[in-house]
Design a protein around this ligand. Structure first.
Ligand SMILES: Cc1cc2nc3c(=O)[nH]c(=O)nc-3n(C[C@H](O)[C@H](O)[C@H](O)COP(=O)(O)OP(=O)(O)OC[C@H]3O[C@@H](n4cnc5c(N)ncnc54)[C@H](O)[C@@H]3O)c2cc1C
Length: 468
């Protein structure tokens, strides 16, 4: 932990000169707040928090950091689940929260340029007022930022139909670790000029550059939505239904799975309709489009798919209020788990055909070690969040058993062609698992890219790789 110099009083004065007194925080409460994100059980305080308001100020902060060798950790809304925004080597937490403007909305070309610190939900609402749609919908949308979504290539229920954040990014404005401002991509739907730096920066977890603004694609808001809740009496049935839905062309916008224990836990926070209470597994689907009859036909096709597996009494919600109540079940599971027990979330992703085996494997690795596993998530993407619950275990046993269970689970996931994170990123907490899915030659290319962007290694050190 001694590879970086401490933040000197001269550097701090330099920062205050660049950002003003209110643009630099050093009080203990702020350092504590910027030293955590939503990742369980990790806490690393920065030496100071920098709050720039413009791209020029971000560039000036990075120039100062490059001159002094101070590490800089970019921070969005702090909702990350892999510790990516935690300043594990101290130094500066560089928060983008004050760069939160919409620069322009182009309704002719259906695109919008926003600053990185804009809250995702604010962007979604602003375009929806104009009848437009920005589909990426991480469940944290009311507190995460576009910059954080880009850094993590965030997804959400609707990535099942619309893809992840990267599918919506046309171009970026970003600041390199030496303070140089670059622009990548641009306002065209096609662009194959040179290496695709835009897509390289998407998902780079704040380790290559600090994103200050993004040019994003929009589409028209679908006119109709239907929500289907399908309670299955077996987990196998629900899991098999997922891949069959796609083969049958149901084309859901969202396809989420919750196993019985998840439903049980969330029932303390929201009402579960009687037909769903005893389900071994629940599938929650959203269908969207511009033709309401066609939606009902697709809903009927979904029911036919379910009936090939077992008799399922599907709830079809057409009214927005009814839909909201059903989606609340899914959205509140994370809070319910957190309130119930200390936990560790493994962000597994597998081919859809392996979903049932994944849940079985999660249960086995957990029960072998006196843990409980609760699985739910974006089944349409094969992406299930496996929550390993501590229960009554003492601290030392919990840590040992948790790590062993997670390692066995990820080994299995990699073996069936899956990956060790579907959407939460490698960050700090998943670093040891990256070599399971990235061969040594690929790791070498990744290290080379990091060195090309950040030769001094000052931008978000300690993330993605175990040795940096
Ligand atoms: C309740 C809850 C629900 C969630 N649901 C989902 C979900 O459905 N789908 C999903 O994908 N994720 C989900 N997440 C995880 C999290 O919200 C996402 O990873 C989100 O993209 C993080 O954004 P943030 O602004 O909070 O970033 P932070 O947590 O602040 O940072 C995340 C990473 O991005 C980097 N970063 C942040 N801003 C920038 C920038 N401007 N330039 C460069 N790097 C930057 C940081 O250094 C860090 O590595 C959820 C989290 C919670 C707590």
């Amino acid at each position: 932990m001694t590879r970086f110099p401490p933040l000197s009083s001269e550097t701090l004065a330099g920062l205050r000169h660049l950002l003003g007194e209110t643009g630099v925080l050093t009080d203990s409460v702020s350092l504590g707040a910027y030293g955590v994100d939503e990742t369980e059980e990790v806490d690393f305080r920065p030496a100071a928090v920098a709050l720039p308001e413009t791209t020029e100020q971000v560039a000036a902060v990075l120039q100062l950091a490059a001159q002094t060798g101070i590490p800089v950790t970019p921070r969005g809304g702090g909702t990350g689940l892999s510790g990516g925004a935690l300043p594990v080597f101290g130094g500066l937490s560089l928060s983008l929260e004050r760069l939160n403007r919409i620069r322009f909305l182009d309704q002719t070309n259906l695109m919008i340029e926003v600053e990185a610190g804009l809250i995702t939900g604010d962007l979604k609402r602003a375009v929806e007022e104009k009848g437009l749609f920005y589909p990426p919908d991480p469940a944290s949308h009311d507190s995460c930022q576009i910059g954080g979504n880009i850094a993590e290539d965030a997804a959400g229920p609707r990535s099942c139909k619309y893809g992840t954040t990267r599918n919506w990014v046309l171009g970026l404005e970003a600041v390199l670790p030496d303070g140089t401002v670059i622009r990548t991509g641009g306002a065209t739907r096609k662009n194959v000029a040179g290496y695709n730096l835009t897509q390289l920066l998407v998902g780079s977890e704040g380790t290559l550059a600090v994103v200050t603004a993004a040019l994003l694609k929009l589409i028209n808001l679908p006119r109709f939505r239907l929500t289907l809740a399908a309670p299955f009496s077996t987990l196998q049935g629900a899991a098999q239904a997922v891949s069959r839905l796609f083969v049958a062309g149901v084309d859901p916008a969202s396809c989420e799975l919750m196993e019985a224990r998840a439903l049980d836990l969330v029932s303390s926070l929201t009402a579960i309709p009687e037909q769903l209470v005893d389900a071994a597994a629940l599938l929650l689907l959203e269908l969207d489009g511009d033709d309401d009859q066609a939606l009902l036909e697709r809903a009927a096709r979904a029911s036919e798919v379910f009936d090939t597996l077992e008799e399922v009494e599907v709830i079809v919600a057409q009214e927005a209020g009814d839909q909201r109540r059903l989606w609340e079940i899914r959205e509140k599971i994370a809070i319910a788990v957190r309130e119930y027990s200390v936990y560790k979330e493994a962000d597994t992703v597998v081919p859809r055909s392996e979903l049932a085996n994944l849940v079985e494997k999660a249960r086995q690795v957990a029960s072998d070690r006196q843990l409980e596993a609760v699985c739910y998530g974006h089944a349409g993407d094969g992406n299930l969040h496996v929550n390993l619950l501590r229960g009554d275990l003492d601290e030392a046993t919990w840590k040992e058993n948790r790590d062993a269970a997670e390692a066995e689970l990820f080994d299995w996931v990699a073996g069936v062609g899956g990956s060790v994170t579907g959407e939460h990123g490698i960050g700090w907490s998943q670093r040891r698992y990256l070599p399971l899915v990235a061969q040594p030659a690929a790791m070498k290319v990744m290290r080379g890219l990091k060195a090309a962007f950040d030769p001094r290694g000052i931008l978000n050190p300690g993330k993605i790789f175990t040795d940096r």
